[in-house]
Structure formats: structure tokens, C-alpha cells
Design a protein around this ligand. Structure first.
Ligand code: F6R
Length: 615
């Protein structure tokens, strides 16, 4: 959410910053801006709109400098205007700042600063911070301080309530960039005679292979060949340098039209990566060393809580059904944003799992921290290597799905579900799951990449179906058992990228209210691969037909729908444990093609951004 890049080195900063911003644009695309500093002259250019608009302006008014910061915004405080775009400059012109996060006490700060004579030209919380830094520079530090710039930032941050990832320039310091974080990711990339700052490794655009992950409450003074980090409490910090795996961070379109399309079609590979090395054929179980739990620890667990947001929350709902079905342990699923404040009683021997593609979602991170505070063992499933959630949990499993850039999550979801199935298998085999059931699940998992490939072949048919229904403004999505979470996921995908109103229900719930919506203008997508309840869901589809509603059936039992459904998308019949993954593929394709039909920007849907680092 919001992208930050910074550069200090020997080269022209502008093209490097713009290239970085383009890679980060999926994190916010309301407005973009850049601040450059050379020999005490600071120049700022910022504009409503995409990074390309900014790039065009910079081409018209070039300013060569070896030091700069830049930002692509997802608006929180203040509307989408040129004035509210970052960087923000202190009213004395001394500092420029880019900020990701929310400063909750900015109104108090602003009142204080106005009394001191500082002026404001935007409605943002970030402008209060840059002026507070200026205030501390002028009144709370002296030019005798060796690290006056760093000190001014550190002292200002002591007063901040909320979250931030910031990069700051000071007119007096043409060879230094200061960065800090609390709750919003910030990384420092190390190149030869240059340092980069970014909110995501992608912002380095392949220019740095080594990286320092700033931790919460740390402030860094960065020069072209050095980096000193202190804590907000002013103690020096020893940091480690990590190597970036660019293979996993690859974010090129590779010939695809959209990242979402590319990522839907990458699912066979993503699943292969999720299960690689994690299966023991001999023992008919999973090998999950990342959990950092002995089999004995695992056997003590009486209950599991899964926490996440959005699509990852839907993966938790599937996990609930898989783990209860195969491992016979009670599972509860919580919205991470609610869990933190609900103060639910957690019994001993409870394990808390969080799921987060980005590993940076603030609600999920805070749910994890709350669980740790209460003394619970916390495990995480994340896709982003070395993300905050993966670093702060007691153990966990990486998805290795490869970078997900499309704002609407696709391959990350199915890979999360595959990992949850591995967990169900692992715990199940420690309890009363038989060898042969374990073997069936393993065979199902191994068959997944090929079966997804087959399912992807429905794309041309789905494209045609999408043409037929793209004009509708309301959809219902229905499923039973573990296909209900897929109905939720299908509805979410459609809402996000095509702006069509869509609701999902367990199919049996329809008659308790939502059936009132059924009419020729409201089609229903019905997921029907669960044989146990096939007759029931066929009846539900008939209820829709009787009320002149269109039915799009996603099923491996096409015969059962031949006289009922208006359109049937036939998917391969698979083992019960993996049907949700197969169901998901047509749901993603349907949302994708409908969005295209409606002329929507599928990779940058309105109001959304990837990695939500604000509450
Ligand atoms: C939907 C989507 C979001 C995310 C949610 C959690 O397509 O992408 O709902 O799933 O914001 O994000 P992570 O998994 O990064 O914690």
C-alpha cells in the first residue's frame, strides 16, 4: 500500500526512481511524485495519476541529481489531488518526505505546529510529520550535533502514534538519506557505491542483490557507501544483510496481457513449488519442517485458530474444512482485523495460524502479535520471503508461488489451500488418518499441476460465457461444504476487478432470504463438485431456474445440470481434498474475462492496492 523508492549514489537518480516506482505501482496508483536534491537545491514534482504521468513531467523538466526519493500513493488522509501527492515538503523548505502508513495523532501535531508558525498546503497526515521533523531540526537539535538530520527524524518519530515507512531528504545534507519504519515495510538495497530504499524488493528493479530489512522502531542514516541504523530509543542496531532471490521476485509480464492472467496460468507451477520436498510417499504424510514443532508438540494441540484477511481469509475457511475433515481437530477462523480487538478467550494448547500472501498486511500482523503477547504458538503461511509476518512468527511455511503482482490474488490463494491440505495431512497422519487416506491425498496433490492445466483449457469457453453476462450488475455465488469458501472467493474476484455487485452464500441458505434477489437480471454461479451434496445443490439450482434466474454451473457432474443450467463449465473430477482448487480456476477466469469485457483495468482495480499496510 503506497510504494516508496529512494536512491543515493553516483548515477542520475530520476530514471532509477521512476523505474522502481513503476514496479511498485501495484501498491497504489492514485498519484506519484519525486523529490531530488543536488548541492542544496531541492526540486519536487508530483502529480495526480499514474507513474507514467510523472515520468512525462520529469522528461519535460529534467533535473540531474544523485539523491532522491519518490512515492506512488494509495490515498488515506486527503483526497486524490496534486497537493496531497507525496513527497511533502516542510514549510521552511528544509525537508522532503515520502510516507507509507497512517499517523493517527496528526491533528494534535498540526495544531502544535501551526502555533509555531508552520504552514500546511495538503490535507495529509504526512505533511504534519515532515513539519515536525523540521521543528525538531530547528529547535531540538543543534548544528554541533554530528548526526543532526538523523536526530531530528528520530526525535520527531518519538511523538508519532500510528504507522510509517518513511524516506526523508534534508537540504543541508546533500549526501545523506534517512529512512525509518514502524508497521510499514522498508528495505535498504546495497549496490556498488549506491544505496536504494524501497517498500518492496521490487522497487530495487534488479539493481541490488543484497538487502537490509529495517525492523519496527529503527531509523537509518544512509549514504552512498554506508548505512548506520539506530533504534528510536537511540541505541545502535546491528543488522544482517540478506541476499535477494530474484527468481522468486520475478515480476515481468512475460508476454501475458495482464499480471492477473499470467498468475492464473502460473498456478500449476505455483502448486508444484508449494508441495515440492514436502511429501513423504513412504510414510504417506507431509514433511513440514518449517513449522518448528516436534510431532510431540503437534500432538498436544487441541484447537487451531486461523486468521487472515480477504482472499487469504477464504483460504482459512477451506483450511477449516480440510483440517476438521482429515485431522479431526476443531478449527476456528477469524478475520484478523476483528481478532485483535475482540479479546477472545483462547484455551491452552491452541495453535494460531496466520495466512498472508504479502506477509505485510497490518491487520494480520497485529493479530499475530496479539496471539504472541498472549503466549500462543504462532505459525504463518506467507509468499513473501523475509516479510514481517514470516520473521515474527514462531515458524511457518513459505508458498514459493513466485511474486504476485496482480492486485486480485489468484495463484497465492490456490497455493495457500494446497499448503493447508499438507497441514491437514501432516496432523491427520499423527492422529487417526489411515495410510491409504494419506496416500490418496498425496496422489491428489501430485496430480494437481496437470489437473489445473486441464482446467485452464476451459478459458475459451469461459470467455464466451463472460460476454453473455458482462452486462449484469448483480451476481449470486453458491456452494456447499468447502465449495462455499470458493463461492466467496469467486464473488470477491468479480467485485474487485469488474465492480459488479456479487454475494456468496452456502447454497442451502439461499431460500432463507437471498432467493428474493433471483430474477432474470441476477445470474447465479453454482459450484457443484461435492458428490455428497450433489442432489441438494441440484435442487437449489432448480429453485433458481423456477424463478427465471440464469444458472452457470461449475461442476464435474455436467449431466446433473443439463436440463437446468444455462451454462455448464465442466471441470475434471478429482479427489475431494483438492476440489476447491479446481473450482477456483474457472471462477478466476470468469471474473477476469467479465472485467475485460467491461473494459476494466484488471491489474489496477479502482480503490484497491496490493499489501494493505494500514488499518
Ligand atoms: C483479494 C486480495 C485481498 C488480500 C488481502 C490479504 O484479491 O488480494 O483480499 O487477500 O488483502 O492480503 P495478504 O494475503 O497479503 O495478507
Amino acid at each position: 500500500m503506497c510504494g516508496i523508492t529512494g536512491y543515493i549514489g553516483k548515477r542520475d537518480a530520476t530514471p532509477i526512481l521512476i523505474e522502481g516506482l513503476k514496479k511498485l505501482e501495484y501498491r497504489g496508483y492514485d498519484s506519484a511524485g519525486i523529490a531530488l536534491l543536488k548541492k542544496g537545491k531541492m526540486t519536487v514534482c508530483k502529480k495526480k495519476g499514474r507513474v507514467d504521468v510523472l515520468a512525462g513531467l520529469m522528461r519535460k523538466n529534467p533535473f540531474k541529481a544523485n539523491l532522491g526519493i519518490s512515492h506512488t500513493r494509495w490515498a488515506t488522509h486527503g483526497g486524490v489531488t496534486d497537493e496531497n501527492a507525496h513527497p511533502h515538503v516542510s514549510s521552511d523548505g528544509m525537508f522532503a518526505l515520502v510516507h507509507n502508513g497512517i499517523i493517527e495523532n496528526y491533528e494534535n501535531m498540526k495544531r502544535f505546529l501551526v502555533k509555531k508558525g508552520y504552514t500546511f498546503s495538503s490535507q495529509t497526515d504526512s505533511e504534519a510529520l515532515v513539519n515536525l521533523i523540521a521543528y525538531h531540526y530547528q529547535y531540538r537539535t543543534s548544528d554541533k550535533d554530528e548526526n543532526r538530520f538523523l536526530e531530528a527524524v528520530r526525535k520527531a518519530l518519538i511523538h508519532v502514534e500510528g504507522t510509517y515507512g518513511i524516506a526523508v531528504l534534508c537540504k543541508d545534507k546533500p549526501d545523506e538519506l534517512v529512512a525509518a519504519r514502524k508497521g510499514s515495510p522498508l528495505l535498504i538495497g546495497i549496490g556498488k557505491d549506491e544505496r536504494l530504499v524501497s517498500s518492496d524488493v521490487l522497487g530495487f528493479a534488479g539493481r541490488a542483490n543484497n538487502v537490509i530489512y529495517l525492523e519496527d522502531g529503527q531509523v537509518a542514516s544512509i549514504t552512498k557507501d554506508n548505512c548506520d541504523i539506530i533504534s528510536i530509543g537511540n541505541t545502535p542496531v546491528e543488522y544482517t544483510i540478506k541476499e535477494i532471490d530474484w527468481q522468486l521476485e520475478n515480476a515481468d509480464l512475460n508476454g501475458a496481457k495482464h499480471f492477473m492472467q499470467k498468475e492464473i496460468f502460473e498456478q500449476p507451477k505455483a502448486i508444484e513449488n508449494a508441495i515440492r520436498g514436502r511429501i513423504s510417499e513412504d510414510q504417506a504424510t507431509a514433511i513440514l519442517q518449517g513449522l518448528n514443532m516436534t510431532p510431540n508438540d503437534m500432538r498436544q494441540i487441541d484447537r487451531i485458530i486461523f486468521c487472515a484477511c480477504g482472499t487469504a481469509w477464504h483460504a482459512c475457511l477451506v483450511a477449516e474444512q480440510l483440517i476438521e475433515r482429515y485431522a479431526r481437530i476443531p478449527v476456528e477462523v477469524e478475520y484478523a482485523s476483528e481478532f485483535r480487538y475482540r479479546n477472545i478467550p483462547i484455551e491452552k494448547n491452541t495453535l494460531v495460524f496466520v495466512i498472508s500472501q504479502s506477509g505485510e498486511t497490518i491487520d494480520t500482523l497485529e493479530a499475530l502479535r496479539e496471539s504472541k503477547r498472549k503466549g500462543f504458538k504462532t505459525l504463518a503461511i506467507t509468499n513473501a520471503i523475509a516479510s514481517t509476518i514470516s520473521r515474527e512468527s514462531d515458524g511457518g511455511l513459505y508458498q514459493y508461488a513466485g511474486k504476485e503482482v496482480g492486485v486480485a490474488s489468484t495463484k497465492a490463494f490456490t497455493s495457500q489451500v494446497a499448503i493447508c491440505l499438507l497441514i491437514a495431512l501432516y496432523i491427520g497422519r499423527m492422529r487417526d488418518m489411515s495410510y491409504s487416506v494419506g496416500k490418496d491425498i498425496i496422489n491428489a496433490l501430485k496430480s494437481l499441476p496437470e489437473t489445473i492445466e486441464k482446467t485452464l483449457k476451459t478459458a475459451p469457453q469461459i470467455k464466451k460465457i463472460a460476454k453473455k453476462y458482462a452486462c449484469k450488475n448483480d451476481f449470486l455465488f453458491l456452494g456447499r461444504l468447502d465449495e462455499f469458501p470458493i463461492a466467496l472467493e469467486g464473488a470477491l474476484k468479480l467485485k474487485e476487478i469488474s465492480y459488479i455487485h456479487a454475494e456468496a452464500y452456502p447454497a442451502g441458505e439461499m431460500k432463507h432470504g437471498p432467493i428474493a434477489l433471483i430474477c432474470p437480471e441476477c445470474p447465479s454461479v453454482v459450484f457443484a463438485c461435492a458428490e455428497d451434496v450433489l442432489a441438494k445443490i441440484v435442487s437449489n439450482a432448480q429453485e433458481i431456474k423456477a424463478r427465471k434466474g440464469a444458472v452457470i454451473a461449475i461442476t464435474c457432474f455436467p449431466e446433473a445440470f443439463k436440463d437446468i443450467a444455462d451454462d455448464i463449465i465442466t471441470v475434471p473430477k478429482v479427489h475431494d481434498s483438492i476440489r476447491t482448487i479446481i473450482d477456483t480456476v474457472p471462477a478466476q477466469l470468469l471474473a477476469y474475462y467479465i472485467a475485460l469485457e467491461r473494459g476494466c483495468d484488471v491489474d489496477k482495480p479502482r480503490n484497491l492496492a496490493k499489501a494493505v499496510t494500514v488499518e
